[in-house]
Design a protein around this ligand. Structure first.
Ligand code: 4HQ
Length: 230
């Protein structure tokens, strides 16, 4: 899978996407992640990437020219371009799975008040929000999106099964997990998990997951997104 990132802050991507699973996916050639500095596509001597909004008001707007030139020079023709914004459709695991099934896509990270509207009209194919809160830029949302997508690319997760069993895979929150020791500071692991009765363990986990979902996320519990499993 190829993912192109367009940003004014390329250094932000060196940390989180160069560790752990994403790092291994890149090393193994499962992920071709390319980060492009929008400022490299400016043409004036001050490398100006933003400007004041027409009509006045606070903040700055990303200029269209460097973004158009970056897309045209660095991203293969026809590649979908995702723009991260609180005005976008809320990100869901279904959308993550849809993106993971693609051969490639690009992500545009805005800053300040956002991008010139002509970029959205002419270049952006979908707008995605990672939640109803305001960040300083689209870089963290882009990293969240890439992380969620890449772990669904076949071969990236060590244990393919773990992805399927986790929270949201079936529209239900995850069950509690325990490891050794059996008792820690007086807190014991539930007996059923030590019983060796696989049927009872599976039932306990399902009940725990459903109870948690009802309690913490009644909105999810009412939806029932179960893809046939559970
Ligand atoms: N921003 N989900 C403002 C976000 C955001 C979000 C990105 C801040 C775009 C211009 N993006 N810039 N929430 O808060 O995606």
């Amino acid at each position: 899978m190829r993912i192109d990132i367009l940003t004014l802050f390329p250094e932000m991507f060196t940390g989180p996407l160069s560790e752990s699973m994403i790092k291994r996916a890149r090393e193994r050639g499962l992920l071709d992640l390319r980060v492009h500095d929008i400022r490299d596509y400016t043409r004036d001597k001050h490398r100006t990437a933003d400007d004041r909004p027409f009509g006045g008001g606070p903040g700055m707007v990303l200029k269209p020219e460097p973004i158009f030139e970056c897309v045209e020079a660095a991203v293969p023709k026809g590649t979908p371009l995702v723009y991260m914004t609180p005005q976008g459709r809320p990100l869901t695991q279904a959308k993550v799975a849809e993106l993971a099934a693609r051969e490639s896509f690009a992500v545009l990270c805005g800053h300040y008040e956002g991008v010139d509207e002509r970029v959205r009209e002419a270049l952006v194919t979908e707008e995605i929000s990672i939640g109803d809160y305001v960040l300083t830029g689209g870089e963290l949302p882009a990293m969240v999106l890439v992380d969620a997508v890449v772990r669904l690319v076949p071969g990236v997760l060590g244990d393919e099964e773990s992805a399927r069993q986790e929270s949201f895979a079936g529209g239900v929150l995850d069950c509690p997990h325990y490891t050794r020791p059996e008792v820690y500071r007086g807190m014991a692991v539930p007996d059923v998990l030590l019983s060796g009765h696989h049927g009872e363990i599976a039932r306990w986990r399902r009940e725990q997951a459903e109870a948690r979902t009802r309690e913490r996320r009644p909105d999810l519990a009412d939806q029932d997104l179960t893809n046939g499993h559970s």
